[in-house]
Design a protein around this ligand. Sequence first.
Ligand code: NAG
Ligand code: NAG
Ligand code: NAG
Ligand code: NAG
Length: 236
Amino acid sequence: MRLFLLLTATCDLALAGSSCVPTTSGSYGFRLVVNVTDPSRDLSPSINNLYLNLAHIGPAQNRAIAGPTPGPIFYQNGTSSMSGLSFTTLLTDGGTPPFPEGLTYAQERTDAKGSGIYVSAGSGAQAVKLTRLSNPYSYLTILSEVIGSSFIGCNSTIPYYGEERQFQVINWVTTTRNATGTHLVIPEGCVPLNLVPECAVLEALPPDAKSSHEWAQEVRCYEDVKGVSGWGTVGY
Ligand SMILES: *[C@@H]1O[C@H](CO)[C@@H](O)[C@H](O)[C@H]1NC(C)=O
Ligand SMILES: *[C@@H]1O[C@H](CO)[C@@H](O)[C@H](O)[C@H]1NC(C)=O
Ligand SMILES: *[C@@H]1O[C@H](CO)[C@@H](O)[C@H](O)[C@H]1NC(C)=O
Ligand SMILES: CC(=O)N[C@H]1CO[C@H](CO)[C@@H](O)[C@@H]1O
């Protein structure tokens, strides 16, 4: 049984403007792995254990999809004084020299499949962060104070690629209200999933980078998400 890796690393925040160079791999950087939470609704082929990948849709604009290649390395950006609040964003570094790209969401063409997840140049949407100790395991949330929201995977086309090519896109749905109250409705043909962090080395940036790792936060992540069978005990 795998437990959480509690990682230690040094990150000298006193050196203003310097990059944060973790001495132990993965404490600041991570990839996101799809964990299907309702296997009975899985897509075909299955997207369980695939990575969050990016489909390029324009200059420094990408649609989040599920794919087999290890995806981009993200870091959670924010000051530690803000970490308990909702000001963190999820960033990755794009381009040469590297510049920040942030995870955002935008309503899709039809309401039916919630909001599409994008990773595009800029700071990203606020209140995107990994869950903390109180959860059985760590996964990505948007506005965690909103009860009832989930990432989903759906078969879909992406306008940039025309109407032929199918992708397994990653979207996000929140509760909708019907006569009985509020309910999380997973759209037809979509599967609810969690995005689980897999530790990765957040490489030091070159001197000409437009990005900064100065505010990258130490996160809980798994050495190997596929190797987690039954999530076991919370590590600490
Ligand atoms: C990262 O967080 C710091 C501290 O809140 C902020 O000043 C900076 O603008 C953020 N970076 C990006 C690219 O949003
Ligand atoms: C509201 O949605 C829930 C979950 O889908 C369903 O069980 C319930 O019957 C719905 N209520 C009405 C009035 O449609
Ligand atoms: C998703 O698309 C694949 C082919 O690309 C198809 O075999 C599968 O049945 C679709 N699944 C859903 C849930 O629509
Ligand atoms: C393959 C894998 O890691 N599956 C996990 C997905 O999440 C469920 C909990 O919802 C775990 O029980 C599985 O082990």
